[in-house]
Design a protein around this ligand. Structure first.
Ligand code: UN1
Length: 496
């Protein structure tokens, strides 16, 4: 079959990788459907992209922030016009259902309009000086060239979380999209170009992590790295960036718990758990992967949850009636399969699912049954390690305090949810759950762009996207203006 060939974007020009090599972007619902060939880039391509970004920085940093923001406003409007096309492209390359890819594009639209407002804020601080006739303030400065490494599960939203605040802050960017889903980054960047972004301000280098991601992290002219992906790779990125003292923002894994207390609205909790666990085929860092059930409702919840999980329609995400799309690739199927084996060996029980779907309409794709484990105890690996697939564990508990303890007993800390009508317990959980995000009577997925997004423990290294991204993409400059016309020595001339 024929398919388009895409190139890297370097200094406003579309250029093939120096190696001439490409990687095929396949539809995970149908591997006969090739979305396109994308460059397989290496250090040389990265160096060219960084040089272009460095050159563009000299003028982009001088464009007034409200003017930079106008480009984001236009990009947001263009994304609105192209939403349906970009959602379809995304379902084709990533697999998640159309309703969700429309949501992914919408998240980029929300981010564009939210961050555009920063163009007229980017607030700093003014404060009195300790000396007479001296003025003190601090202003935000761009960092310079920033490198971005983005995942395949939110192929447009997550690049927008990084590119838009970096751009409004006056930085120039080199982005390496995930090799499974580069097209959505191309679509996003094309939108910025059509909105008037000057050449070289955003550059795309497509390829594999070790080939293209690693040289980006190590390049001396890259002043900061923003990464979203697994904790395993995030640790490598952090270590490599540390060698040159490069600030690095790491958003990584989760093992998110939904707690259901005896007094919860059970139907609401069931719907929330189903959406949290199987939405995006479980491939969100915020996905519900543990459901903690108080003993009074555990049996009823379990029975009904299995029935609802079994009824989910799995298939090609381009079919509007499908609820759960494929996993993104064979490697993810292998991980889900491996964790089923591990869980069974540890004594957990497969209540439904547990296998890859192969025959019939599933033959050409990477599909996995919605899978529910019962009899899970908090120490089992299936209760502690991230699977990133449509796999969820049911864990029973007696008291509210035990639920909090179990929820916190893991190394991750991204999202948590509590279903209850008891306001005292709700607020206690908000205080005590070790996570960057806590939902009350809502599932663990569905963060909005204008709140801080990120987690604690092995989920992140302390930075936040959304509200907080500007802090990462700017650096403070403190400014003192002395209008006394004489030498004033701080800490000395005003000391009694
Ligand atoms: C992710 O899975 O990496 O909160 C991001 C959510 C989405 C973003 C998920 N808005 O589920």
């Amino acid at each position: 079959m024929t398919y388009p060939t895409y190139h890297n974007l370097i200094g406003g020009e579309w250029v093939p990788a120096a190696s001439g090599k490409t990687l095929l972007n396949l539809n995970p619902a149908d591997d006969a459907d090739v979305v396109g060939a994308f460059p397989s880039s290496h250090a040389e391509d990265v160096a060219n992209a960084v040089a272009a970004a460095k050159k563009a920085f000299a003028s982009w940093r001088l464009v007034p922030a409200p003017k930079r923001a106008e480009i984001l406003v236009r990009a947001g409007s263009i994304l609105q016009e192209r939403k349906e096309q970009y959602a379809r492209d995304m379902t084709r390359e990533m697999g998640k259902v159309l309703a969700e890819t429309r949501g992914d594009v919408q998240e980029a639209i929300d981010e564009a309009f939210y961050v555009a407002g920063e163009g007229r804020r980017l607030f700093g601080v003014t404060t009195p000086s300790e000396l007479q006739n001296k003025f003190a303030m601090s202003v935000r400065m761009p960092v310079g060239v920033v490198g971005m490494i983005t995942p395949w599960n939110f192929p447009m939203a997550i690049p927008s979380w990084k590119l838009f605040p970096a751009l409004v802050s006056g930085n120039t960017c080199v982005i390496k999209p995930a090799e499974d889903t580069p097209l959505s980054t191309y679509n996003l960047v094309q939108t910025l170009i059509d909105a008037g972004l000057p050449p070289g301000v955003v550059n795309i280098v497509a390829g594999l992590g070790p080939d293209a991601g690693a040289p980006l992290v190590e390049h001396p002219d890259v002043r900061a790295i923003s990464f979203t992906g697994s904790s395993e790779i995030g640790s490598l990125v952090g270590q490599r960036a540390a060698a040159s003292f490069k600030p690095v923002s790491l958003e990584m894994g989760g093992k998110n718990a939904q707690i259901v207390l005896n007094d919860a609205n059970l139907d609401l909790a069931l719907n929330g758990a189903l959406w949290g666990a199987f939405g995006t085929t479980g491939q969100r860092c915020t996905a519900t992967s543990r459901i903690l059930l108080q003993k009074g409702i555990a049996a009823e919840f379990t029975k009904e949850f299995i029935a609802r999980a079994k009824a989910l329609k799995v298939g090609n995400g381009l079919d509007e009636s499908v609820e759960v799309g494929p996993q993104v690739n064979e490697a993810q199927i292998a991980t889900s399969t491996k964790y089923v084996e591990i869980a069974v060996k540890e004594g957990a029980e497969v209540l439904t699912g547990g296998r890859a779907l192969t025959g019939g309409g599933y033959a050409n794709g990477t599909f996995f049954e919605p899978t529910v484990f019962g009899g899970v105890t908090p120490k089992m690996r299936i209760a502690r390690e991230e699977v990133f697939g449509p796999v969820v564990s049911l864990i029973e508990f007696d008291t509210f305090e035990q639920a909090i303890e179990i929820a916190n007993s893991i190394e991750y800390g991204l999202s948590t949810a509590l279903y209850t009508k008891d306001v005292n317990r709700a607020f206690t959980a908000i205080r005590d759950l070790e996570a960057g995000i806590t939902y009350i009577n809502a599932p663990t997925i569905g963060a909005e762009v204008h709140l801080p997004f990120g987690g604690v423990k092995q989920t992140g290294n302390g930075h936040r996207e959304g509200l907080g991204a500007i802090d990462f993409f700017t650096t403070w400059k403190s400014v003192y203006v002395d209008y006394s016309d004489r030498l004033q020595r701080a800490q000395i001339d005003n000391a009694e």
